[in-house]
Design a protein around this ligand. Structure first.
Ligand code: GDP
Ligand code: MG
Length: 304
């Protein structure tokens, strides 16, 4: 579209955990801002990714996955954040892992969308790179038959295949508006939160079992010294003392590795050579039930 009008609007990316929402967002903004992992429920807060093309600014909201939340305040708040993003958006993208198809978690979400259809709803089948075409076709047909979606796409978020088509299709649904961010911005997430996300991602990748779900990272200080060196202090929060040895590792080997990898990621992301990262492990029982902590990481605590 090229009618010369300026547009800016919000696009919520929703879906079941692990569909590839964060991967799509990173692909769209052209740089890694959201953390991605093969484990479910990596994304905890709604995060904005800003994409400016020609005369349109798309503000994508990467949301935590929608699923039937357990009893933790954290889980309920995460699911609530995803629903809120959709209610506030000018367009919504439902991401579905094509390999998994219309399974129960996806149908649960579709049911919600049917009862209250969001504006400009697109269905995006993701991960088509690991899928034969003949398996995809019936899914596309079924999606059309639902008469719920304004557009249906098949993409590979990791490869970037089909991703630009989404932008083209939703562009007309963006309201006429001046840009809401500068053209060079890719996210509005504060650096200290972004830095905490990077460390959390590294810890997620290196730790096995269910431990990472009870793990959070807070940036305690983020300061540039007189010589230009960036110094970051972070706490890795865990809920139980018994988990400490797992994160610290033998002779401190694990936390050292997490720290080294996080530092390298940060250096790359921030384009900063001189960067010191200090990590500490702290036990903070029940952080996943703490409203204050939820607000600190940018999540509105659920009231249900
Ligand atoms: P989210 O929970 O929906 O945000 O999902 P993530 O973006 O964290 O991705 C979950 C997993 O799916 C990660 O291991 C990704 O690398 C993988 N993934 C995402 N997109 C694709 C894709 O297009 N193809 C393949 N094969 N894997 C993908
Ligand atoms: Mg995610």
């Amino acid at each position: 579209m090229n009618d010369g009008k300026m547009r800016a609007g919000f696009v919520a990316i929703i879906g079941a955990p692990n569909a590839g929402k964060s991967t799509l967002m990173n692909q769209l903004v052209g740089q890694k801002i959201a953390i991605v992992s093969p484990k479910v429920q990596t994304t905890r807060v709604n995060m904005r990714g800003i994409v400016t093309r020609e005369n349109t600014q798309f503000i994508f909201i990467d949301t935590p996955g929608i699923y039937r939340p357990g009893s933790r305040l954290l889980d309920r708040s995460m699911v609530q954040a995803a629903h809120q993003a959709r209610d506030d958006a000018d367009a919504t993208v439902l991401m579905v892992d094509a390999f998994k198809g219309f399974n129960e978690p996806v149908m649960d979400i579709i049911e919600i969308l049917q009862s209250k259809k969001p504006k400009n709803l697109s269905l995006v089948f993701n991960k088509v790179d690991k899928m034969p075409k003949e398996k995809l076709l019936p899914l596309m047909v079924k999606a059309q038959e639902m008469e719920l979606f304004d557009n249906v796409f098949a993409i590979s978020a990791t490869k970037g295949k089909g991703v630009e088509d989404i932008l083209k299709a939703i562009e007309p649904s963006m309201p006429e508006s001046p840009y809401l961010y500068s053209e060079d911005d890719v996210t509005d997430m504060p650096m200290r939160l972004l830095a905490a996300e990077i460390t959390r991602e590294r810890a997620f990748m290196m730790l096995n079992q269910e431990l990472p779900y009870g793990l959070a990272v807070e940036t305690v200080s983020y300061e540039t010294e007189a010589d230009g060196k960036l110094v970051i202090h972070q706490n890795i929060l865990i809920e139980r003392e018994a988990h400490k040895p797992i994160i610290v590792g033998k002779g401190g080997a694990m936390i050292k590795r997490i720290g080294e990898q996080a530092r390298r990621n940060l250096q790359e992301m921030l384009q900063k050579k001189h960067l010191n990262l200090f990590l500490k492990v702290k036990v903070k029982a029940n952080w996943s039930e703490s409203s204050t902590f939820m607000q600190e990481i940018g999540l509105e605590p659920s009231k249900d």
